[in-house]
Design a protein around this ligand. Structure first.
Ligand SMILES: NC(=O)C1=CN([C@@H]2O[C@H](COP(=O)(O)OP(=O)(O)OC[C@H]3O[C@@H](n4cnc5c(N)ncnc54)[C@H](OP(=O)(O)O)[C@@H]3O)[C@@H](O)[C@H]2O)C=CC1
Ligand SMILES: N[C@@H](CC=O)C(=O)O
Ligand code: NA
Length: 427
């Protein structure tokens, strides 16, 4: 017996499915007692069809979604086009037509996930998206299943492969930003609009999805604060190095007494922390929970093979559920009312890099500003200046979001001082 699937989009990720199915053919037939067959592939235009054929692919290529919707033999639609539209429309149509959907589209799930999950539920079909977060790492299903017996208090993640690859190449091998981005694109890591990768938007989408699985709370994209690697200056990297840290783009979700707080930001990670060694395209999700304690899940966050492997795992899961007669159960059953944390309850250590005049009394002015917000210094470093301007780097003991905002504002207002950067420091 066969399971017929349709592919929407045949780019970096999608075009990896034929080979993966072939590689695992015997195992799949043993597990499922059915053969998975790609029975239609939706492409953009005739040119794309000719290109796919020239690349050695010979499938029933179609140019209209209706051909897939009207084909009753297709039970699973695999969306790998990316972006919001027409993916949202096609997925909605597929779910409404009683077809199961597998996708890797984090943008869509982070923004329209609630509506799509409701549609899947209403139509008793599956909507799975393991590949949408941290590519090859099986993190969503692990959170849904293995953490059901635990309470997660904090999640830290290096969840964008492109920006982590770029940072690693720029810091460890002195590549330029443009060179690093170009290679990330050539290797198939980057989004079609790489702004999402470098500015923390893609990682923010992934955090919104992780929040549902780990904390049972939905966050809109605007409730996940984000900044990206373009904020990081060479001097920050050097200072981090001298003080015993590495800088990475890290997503954090923490639950405090008043609710949850989520943000993606350049972050100082102590060299002794397991996340500090996550380099290149590798991703990791570090979890603090009451039951297990500390755990970390590590693996490739982008790239064709790891990503399509996660997609195929979802397809297999759908087929298993069809076999068991349990199709329609949601991917994640943990759901609570979203409560956002009060800023005064969210605490972290922070790094500040401040340019000051290189003259007597400047340090005292800095001390006054930080002391006025009840902040104390943990580490201080002054770079040798040019006699006129100096850069002072400070790492503060724990500050809450209100203190942080006030200190940033006061430093920005202070005549002759220039706040160059301020990043979170994890410990
Ligand atoms: N690459 C990776 O490592 C990872 C990607 N993902 C996600 O997987 C999805 C696919 O990514 P990826 O394969 O890298 O992207 P690509 O851009 O390489 O592939 C997408 C393909 O879909 C085609 N497409 C777009 N719109 C349409 C349309 N309306 N009709 C038909 N075809 C269309 C594109 O054609 P055209 O080129 O003409 O636009 C392209 O060939 C995205 O959601 C991405 O975020 C998730 C994890 C990792
Ligand atoms: N562009 C993304 C792809 C995977 O989600 C990344 O680089 O992480
Ligand atoms: Na994953």
């Amino acid at each position: 017996m066969t399971i017929n699937i349709a592919l929407l989009g045949f780019g970096t990720v999608g075009s990896g499915l034929p080979e993966l199915l072939l590689e695992n053919q015997q195992k799949l037939e043993m597990i499922l007692e059915k053969k998975i067959v790609i029975s239609k592939v939706l492409l953009r235009n005739q040119e794309a069809i000719e290109q796919a054929r020239a690349n050695g692919f010979d499938y029933p290529f179609v140019l209209s979604m209706n051909e897939i919707l009207q084909d009753d033999s297709i039970s699973i639609v695999v969306e790998l086009m990316g972006r919001l539209e027409p993916a949202r429309t096609y997925i909605s149509q597929a779910l409404s037509a009683g077809k199961n959907v597998v996708t890797a589209n984090k943008d869509l799930l982070a923004i329209h996930g609630t509506e799509l999950r409701a549609l899947a539920k209403e139509n008793h079909v599956a909507l799975y998206y393991e590949a949408a977060v941290a590519g090859g790492i099986p993190i969503l299903r692990t959170l849904a299943n293995s953490y059901a017996s635990d309470k997660i208090t904090r999640l830290l993640g290096v969840v964008n492969g492109t920006s982590n690859f770029m940072m690693s190449k720029m810091v460890e091998e002195a590549w330029s930003y443009d060179e690093a981005l170009q290679v990330a694109q050539e290797l198939g890591y980057a989004e079609s609009d790489p702004t999402n990768d470098v500015d923390g938007i893609d990682a923010g989408y992934k955090l919104a999805i992780l929040s549902e699985f780990a904390f049972g709370m939905s966050l809109s994209a605007s409730e996940v604060q984000h900044s990206g690697i373009r904020e990081i200056d060479k001097s920050d990297v050097e200072i981090a190095q001298q003080l015993g840290y590495v800088i990475k783009l890290v997503g954090e979700i923490v639950e405090v007494e008043s609710g949850i707080f989520a943000e993606v930001s350049p972050t100082f990670i102590p060299k002794t922390h397991p996340l500090s060694s996550v380099s290149g395209v590798m991703n990791a999700v570090f979890i603090e929970s009451l039951g297990i304690g500390e755990s970390m899940f590590y693996g490739p966050g982008a790239g064709q093979k790891p990503t399509i492997t996660s997609v195929l795992a979802d397809i297999i899961r759908v087929v298993k559920r069809m076999n068991d007669g349990t199709i329609g159960k949601s991917f994640n059953e943990y759901s609570r009312k979203t409560k956002l944390a009060k800023p005064e309850n969210v605490k972290n250590k922070y790094y500040f890099s401040i340019e000051t005049p290189d003259s007597t009394g400047q340090f005292l002015r800095l001390v006054k500003i930080f002391t006025s917000e009840d902040a104390s210094f943990e580490q201080v470093l002054q770079q040798k200046g040019d006699g006129k301007r100096a850069i002072v780097a400070i790492i503060c003991h724990s500050l809450n979001q209100v203190q942080l905002k006030n200190i940033r504002e006061k430093l920005n207002r202070e005549v002759d001082f220039s706040l160059l950067n301020s990043f979170k420091v994890i410990y």
